[in-house]
Design a protein around this ligand. Sequence first.
Ligand SMILES: [Zn+2]
Length: 96
Amino acid sequence: MTMQQRTTIDPIDVLAIEYQCKKCKLRHAVAIESIVRPQITCPNCGAEWMKGRYVAHHAERTETAVVEFANALRSLQAIAMVDAELRIEIVLPVKS
Ligand SMILES: [Zn+2]
């Protein structure tokens, strides 16, 4: 049985989207407020992270989803909740 530990975070606590290159293992974090377009290629080795973006609909949706996710987070971070708190539930990494 796999144990999972969960917690919730405030949208304001989401600082960045992190990409990790499968080729060179570079971790590249982009601040939420700076995301206006997705990172298409690895800034270190040039690996194409979203292949066929002009051909395959899946890749186009991935690009759009990254930007829309960042836009949604920025909107959530700007919302002033009155009688409720909006929190995002996440699974914490399990240390073995
Ligand atoms: Zn790379």
